[in-house]
Structure formats: structure tokens, C-alpha cells
Ligand binder design. Sequence first.
Ligand code: TMP
Ligand code: MG
Length: 297
Amino acid sequence: VLAIWHQLTKAEIPELAKCSVLMRDRSRVEDTIYAMQRAGAGRLQVISDFDMTLTRFAHNGKRVPTTHNILDHRLLIDEDCSKKIRELLNTYYPIEIDAGRTAEDKLPLMVEWWTQVHELLIQQRIRKDQLAQAVKESSAMLREGYKVFFDRLTEQQVPLLIFSAGVGDVLEEVIRQNNVFHPNVHIISNYMDFDQTGVLRAFKGQLIHTFNKREGALSHASGLRVLQGRPNVLLLGDSLGDLTMADGVSEHQNILTIGFLNDQMDERKELYVKSFDVVLVKDETMEVPNAILKYIT
Ligand code: TMP
Ligand code: MG
């Protein structure tokens, strides 16, 4: 019977047969997708990372900016600050993606990175009313097929939790300008705290970085009413740290994790295949998540 089922997904979700799609255990993936399809849209929630998961990694050979890097605009920060933020990126990003170090090992270094960048941003007295312009003039770009993804979840009334270690205010502006900031979208991120005159003075709440999403999941996501009664989770991420974003889902039944492997493909392939259920290698599109969603909702 199983063999017939498996041929079925091949026919119904041919996107899963592409050579850029890697799976440790294809039959587990298919069984999970079937279980989610039988339970339906009313039992589903989608939890996604933002930078380099919903946004592209690169376009025409050029890196697409993360929410932090969108702030690298003369309207908001001066040249000296921009230089320092880039130096920090060059120091810490290779550590973030280093397959030879554990998350535990990376954690204090990520705190160092985020803390220094946020302090530099605060010193610049960034103005809230200039964020939209900076986003507009940036090369921020969501993955191809993003509109189908957001629109389908809205139509099917499936909540989408975007869980990002980026900057929430910038993230919101990116999805607003792309016309997909729908009412079913919920965001957990680092939000800016502005004074009465609209000048950045701090970041709100506990810092979220790549490797402490589990804490945020337990303290924030688990309390979100709209996510309750939805035990099936489709999780999307590009970092191994993103795998903990669903840790706050109580009484989960089926979780399918999809990982975008954007960078250091050879070094990280094995680790990603071991960790995510579905790995998308150098895929700048939402084709596979969209095909799965179309099937299960
Ligand atoms: P994410 O959780 O939405 O993916 O956002 C975190 C990403 O932001 C992470 O992969 C590293 C990146 N980042 C920058 O690009 N520049 C920075 O200054 C910082 C602190 C993080
Ligand atoms: Mg990311």
C-alpha cells in the first residue's frame, strides 16, 4: 500500500522530485504530508523564519540584504557606522554558518554580534519616519512565488507566524510594500523602541538571535491564541537554529521542516539533510512549499 501512496505524491507534488530537493526519509515526508492533508487547513499553522527564508539569498549574483542590512542606508546611518556594521558581518556571519561549530559554541558570539550592531544603530538616532523610504530604496526581495504563498495561507485562514532574529519594523515594511501583510500574519522579532519624537532609543524585549529562538517560542509563540488548536506545523528556515521555532507548539501532531540551504552547500549538506525533513539546495523560489501547501489545504 505504501508504495502506491508514494507514487501518489510523485504525481501530486512533482516538485518534490526535483534534484535540488533532498530528503533523509522520503516516506516519512510523504506520510506527514498525507496526515496533514487529511487533517486539513483548519488544523495547520505555518512557522517561518524571515531573512534568507522568505527573502532571497541572492539575485543576479548579488546578495539580497537582510533586515539589518537594509538599515545600511545614508538616510539612517553614517558611513563610519556602515563600515563597522559590515566589519561585524564579515567577522560573525562565517561563524553563524560554520558547520564545524556547535550551536552552543556559537551562541555567545551571536549575542556579541547582535548587541554590538544594535548599539551602533541606537547611536545613529535612526528616525522611524525614514524607515519606509530606506526599504523602498533597498534591494530587499522576497523569494519568487511569495505572493502565492502568502495569499493561499490567507485564503485558507491558516495563521503564518514569522519568527525572525532580524528587525521587526523593517520586516513589516518589507511585507507591507510587497502587499502581503495580511491579517493572518503574526510576527515575533526584534522591534525598535522609539522616543516621542520618533528617534530610536532602544530595542524592545529580550534579544532574539539565530540560536535562541527556542526561548522565544516558549515565551511568546506558545501564548498566541490564533495558533492554538493547530497541531500540524509546516516550518521553514535557513538556519539550524530555526528548527527550534516550533518548540512552543503544545500537543503537536505532525511537523514538517523545510530548510533552505543557501550557502556553504558542500560543507553543510549532510548536516542539513540530517536535521531538516526536506532540504532545498540553492533554490531561490517558494515552489516546493507552495506545492506542499496546495496539496494539504
Ligand atoms: P532571521 O532570523 O530572520 O533569519 O534573521 C537573522 C539573520 O540576520 C541572520 O542570518 C544573520 C543576519 N544578520 C545580518 O545580516 N546582519 C546583522 O547585523 C545581524 C546582527 C544579523
Ligand atoms: Mg534566516
